[in-house]
Design a protein around this ligand. Structure first.
Ligand code: HSE
Length: 444
């Protein structure tokens, strides 16, 4: 049977993974698809470097010639970023080529327009590898869990951030020191603020939420908070209380709308998700019929990400000659059935909270703090007051008071209410630093 021809855009870490898998597993892949699948050419930035890899491909620095090549059936985009990836994908789709991409930023931000262009040209735009690297989470949400109403998703979906938090918790290392190592190991995005400020995770959450709930992609609706302010102190206090701090992406469908948020989160240490360490990713999905299900695996890397790209290629090849109406819809729901749910305001989000108050150790401070929470009707689940450090005796204020941290865990409450409580606490004279606020999810 006539081979299916692939054009690769990019021959970096991910592109090489795709080329290697398609070569090494060619016979097995043909057994799955019923026809050979071959990479015929690759667009690269540095021709000499690409030729030195000796992958047996045509390499060119002219990416436009690859997307315009009539011999090529499927374009596999592994360049990343907006420019020139966006215009190349648009050109490929307009030329009637199927496109497989690992580009989460592009799908999250431009996905609605690109999917519409793909539909107009009766081709597939597939993006399994854009979320959680080698974990087939899009397939699970779109197909394996298709019987369910998905209720919520909570995932560790940025390997770099998880590596940093794991090293801080396990080895007591400092944030900046671990970030440098993550960059050296090649886990981090070109701009590492995408990892540590939660933007990369927000891209991935946007995609998962659309596929889970059947709604257009809405990156702008994700509340995003990074991990750069997490201190070893908070990691330690969380541990004393039986929690681990993880950078979670959470999407929840409520009767009044959708919550989409990325933030550092305290998770009970006994939960499986709390024990996902290093660069590994994991996504917990709760469906009304199946209950909670967990997907775990490598969230980045050459062949793990290549594994998902090649799986998408195989899917496309299997429906090559089928009428487009027989394909699985890209976002898992019929296009005309996608729903514009209300995106909830952050004040209406609901969560439990960890609050760290740095106060002067004076009589009545605790009573003042707890009365604020009592007045607002916020239940406190746990309080931890630490003794002053011995070294502070020398630094005692004029009144003789030294600083102590008080840690509060609240029950689940509206975010707007916790903001009011924090405002009142910050007005107390005994408070010496802004309140540290982290969310707590029981994931039960
Ligand atoms: N920088 C990303 C991460 C790569 O650390 O998860 C995979 O998307």
């Amino acid at each position: 049977m006539k081979p299916v021809k692939i054009g690769l855009l990019g021959l970096g870490t991910v592109g090489q993974g795709v080329a290697n898998i398609l070569t090494r597993n060619a016979a097995e892949i043909e057994r799955r698809t019923g026809r050979p699948v071959q990479v015929v050419s690759a667009a690269v930035r540095n021709q000499g470097k690409a030729e030195a890899l000796q992958l047996g491909l045509r390499v060119t620095t002219d990416a436009v010639s690859v997307v315009n090549d009539p011999e090529i059936d499927i374009i596999c985009e592994a360049i990343g970023g907006d420019d020139p990836a966006l215009s190349l994908i648009e050109q490929a789709l307009s030329n009637g080529k199927h496109v497989i991409t690992a580009n989460k930023a592009l799908i999250a931000v431009h996905g609605n327009a690109l999917l519409s262009l793909a539909r107009d040209n009766k081709v597939v735009l597939a993006f399994e590898s854009s979320v959680a690297g080698g974990i087939p989470i899009i397939k699970a949400l779109r197909e394996g869990l298709a019987a369910n109403q998905i209720e919520w998703i909570a995932g560790i979906i940025n390997g770099t951030g998880n590596f940093i938090l794991s090293e801080m918790a396990e080895k007591g290392r400092d944030f900046s020191d671990v970030l440098q190592e993550a960059q050296n190991l090649g886990y981090a995005e070109a701009d590492p603020t995408f990892d540590v400020e939660g933007i990369d995770a927000a891209h991935k959450l946007t995609i998962m939420a659309s596929v889970a709930f059947g709604m257009p992609l809405q990156f702008d609706a994700v509340y995003t908070e990074g991990i750069s302010a997490i201190t070893r102190e908070d990691v330690g206090f969380a541990e004393e209380l039986g929690y681990r701090i993880k950078h979670l992406g959470v999407a929840r469908k409520r009767s009044d709308g959708i919550e989409m948020r990325v933030h550092p989160t305290l998770i009970p240490e006994k939960r499986l998700l709390a024990n996902v360490n290093g660069v590994m990713n994991a996504v917990l999905v709760s469906g009304d019929a199946v209950g909670p299900t967990l997907y775990y695996g490598p969230g980045a890397g050459s062949e793990p990400t290549g594994s998902s790209l090649v799986a998408d290629i195989i899917d496309v090849v299997r429906t090559f000659d089928a009428d487009p109406v027989h394909r699985v819809p890209s976002l898992g729901f019929q296009h005309d059935a996608l729903t514009d749910y209300t995106m909830l305001d952050t004040a209406d989000y609901q969560s439990a909270y960890y609050l760290r108050l740095q106060v002067l150790d004076q009589p009545g401070v605790m009573a003042n703090v707890t009365s604020i929470f009592g007045d607002l009707g916020i239940s406190i689940e746990a309080i931890l007051q630490k003794e002053p450090e011995a070294s502070q005796d020398d630094n005692a204020s004029v009144s003789g008071a030294v600083e102590v941290p008080i840690i509060l865990l609240t029950r689940r409450v509206r975010e707007g209410l916790i903001e009011q409580a924090i405002e009142r606490v910050q007005a107390l004279e005994s408070l010496v630093q802004p309140v540290v606020r982290l969310r707590v999810e029981s994931l039960s």
